[in-house]
Design a protein around this ligand. Structure first.
Ligand SMILES: Cc1cc2nc3c(=O)[nH]c(=O)nc-3n(C[C@H](O)[C@H](O)[C@H](O)COP(=O)(O)OP(=O)(O)OC[C@H]3O[C@@H](n4cnc5c(N)ncnc54)[C@H](O)[C@@H]3O)c2cc1C
Length: 476
């Protein structure tokens, strides 16, 4: 027990670090504390489990506890870290039977994020959910299944489920009408899931555009698609309260004064980093609210690292710290920290905040900077261009409209960001833009890339090249 590497949180960031550290340095003692039952699970798959496209909760798990232990990692589930003492190098951990102070030589905080619910009055009523974790997913799916057919075994909880709560939801009548509060990615993915169960869906968005992080062009096209799918959109509308009957939600009230009867609600108004553990420590959070880290993922205190949704990372374009709570950065930063702790100092790299999203049959992608204000704050003079082109040669079956937006700096031509939306393999095309951003290309350099062409896959000019060609004519 001379030099334990202690990891708090057993999902993407924490287990990536623990696994890589043990692989590179098998003699290193690694202990992972996880406050819940679930480990190594894909939040990202939960909307598809609720929809019914994924059968069982355990399908969303990548590693089982025994697979983690086989890697030589000591895993302690149902053990919540409650305090960190950076002077004595100890973490206080509350387990089911006792609370103990555990020494660390190196410590990783990988506690993720949590859903924000609080500002909405009535968010504690029955049938009001947020979606952050497999237990939330199980409860929502249980409510949607007809009670006569419901059995908690069908959800495939692998022994980790809170079966009493799930059974309670499974015994209720499924909702006919659901309110989704928030038009970000969770709200959009859940609109598709609820419509798959034939629910009438009202989606409320405070601003005028859905998916603000994807830019206006994507938001407008997604709004049209949702309307076609009979999702009732309430844009520019703030939900002020949820009210209930007998402890269960029965209506949503908006700032317009409208009151709409509902049977269930999903609050998807954002997430915040789980930083409570650093409250009484010299570990500092940055301007984003997430934990500040350096190029090796180390916090403002020696030997204490942070990764994943709880931590900041550097943005490639602005070179400033940013908060990018997404799956790949959590895995990648965790892995780099694991290498550093194992003995090879490894920079965690930077991000361009690339994200993808499915909205019914629409595929959306975004990368880099897409809003003028943010670009200007980073010292750029943004110019953007939106084009719509075909996804394949126009004569080839399956060709579909693909809308691309690119943003570049007017003086240097440097590519700042981009988005894409369409029904034919649009989302994966965002990776061309992400790669160009990672390489710090100008829009002129992007235009000169030798992308592939064959009628079934792409027109001669890939839609991204077309957008680059048009924007290049206006900048640099
Ligand atoms: C509905 C949904 C859909 C998503 N879809 C996508 C997507 O399509 N693409 C994408 O890139 N990203 C997506 N994400 C984001 C992605 O899941 C996260 O970025 C990723 O899971 C972050 O990993 P993490 O390890 O930092 O945190 P988490 O996965 O949140 O894990 C943190 C772990 O720490 C544990 N923990 C917290 N506090 C303590 C404590 N005090 N003591 C012990 N343990 C503790 C938690 O129980 C949890 O298990 C989605 C997220 C959600 C919620």
């Amino acid at each position: 027990m001379s030099d334990p590497f202690i990891v708090i949180g057993a999902d993407a960031a924490g287990l990536s670090a623990a696994s890589k550290c043990r692989r590179d340095n098998p003699s290193r003692e690694v202990i992972v504390f996880e406050r819940g039952e679930w480990i190594s699970y894909a939040h990202c798959g939960t909307p598809y489990f609720i929809k019914g496209a994924v059968d069982k909760l355990t399908d969303l798990q990548s590693l089982t506890p025994s697979a983690v232990e086989k890697r030589g990692i000591e895993l302690q589930r149902k053990h919540a870290a409650t305090a960190i003492d950076t002077v004595s190098h100890t973490v206080t951990v509350a387990g089911p039977h006792e609370t103990q102070d555990v020494d660390y030589d190196a410590l990783l905080i990988a506690t993720g994020a949590e859903a924000i619910e609080a500002p909405i009055e009535g968010s504690n009523l029955g049938n009001v959910f947020s979606l952050h974790g497999l237990d939330d997913a199980a409860n929502i799916r249980a409510l949607l299944e007809p009670p006569t057919e419901f059995s908690s075994d069908r959800l495939g909880g692998g022994g980790y489920l809170d079966t009493d709560t799930v059974q309670t939801y499974g015994a209720r009548e499924p909702p006919e009408t659901v309110a989704i509060i928030g038009g970000g990615y969770v709200g959009i993915e859940m609109a598709e899931a609820f419509r798959a169960w034939d629910c009438r869906v009202h989606l409320f968005q405070r601003g005028e555009t859905l998916l603000p992080a994807f830019g206006e062009a994507v938001g407008d096209i997604v709004a049209e698609r949702l309307t076609d799918a009979n999702v009732e959109l309430h844009l520019d509308t703030e939900v002020t309260a949820l009210t209930g009957t007998g402890g269960t939600v029965s209506a949503v009230t908006c700032d317009t004064g409208a009151q709409i009867p509902i049977d269930a609600a999903l609050i998807g108004i954002g997430i915040k980093p789980n930083t409570e553990l650093i409250a009484d420590t010299p570990i500092e959070s940055g301007r984003t609210g997430a934990i500040q880290t350096d190029k090796y993922g180390q916090t403002t205190v020696d030997d204490v690292y942070a990764a994943g949704d709880v931590a900041e990372v550097t943005h490639t374009v602005t070179t400033e710290p940013t908060w990018s709570p997404l799956g790949l950065p959590a895995n990648r930063v965790g892995r780099a920290i694991g290498m550093t702790i194992a003995g090879s100092p490894t920079p965690v790299g930077s991000v361009v905040e690339t994200a993808m999203l499915k909205a019914f049959d629409l595929e959306c992608g975004r990368s880099g900077i897409l809003d003028n204000e943010r670009a200007e704050a980073a010292g750029f003079e943004p110019r953007s261009q939106t084009i719509t082109a075909q996804s394949r040669s126009g004569y080839y079956p399956g060709a579909a409209e693909t809308t691309v937006t690119l943003m570049a700096d007017a003086t240097t031509g440097r590519l700042l960001g981009g988005s894409i939306v369409g029904t034919d393999r649009a989302a994966v095309r965002i990776n061309t833009i992400a790669t160009a951003l990672g390489g710090e290309f100008t829009v002129g350099e992007l235009e000169l890339q030798d992308l592939g062409y064959a009628p079934p896959f792409s027109p001669v000019w890939d839609p991204i090249l077309t957008a680059a060609k048009v924007l290049h004519g206006r900048v640099g």
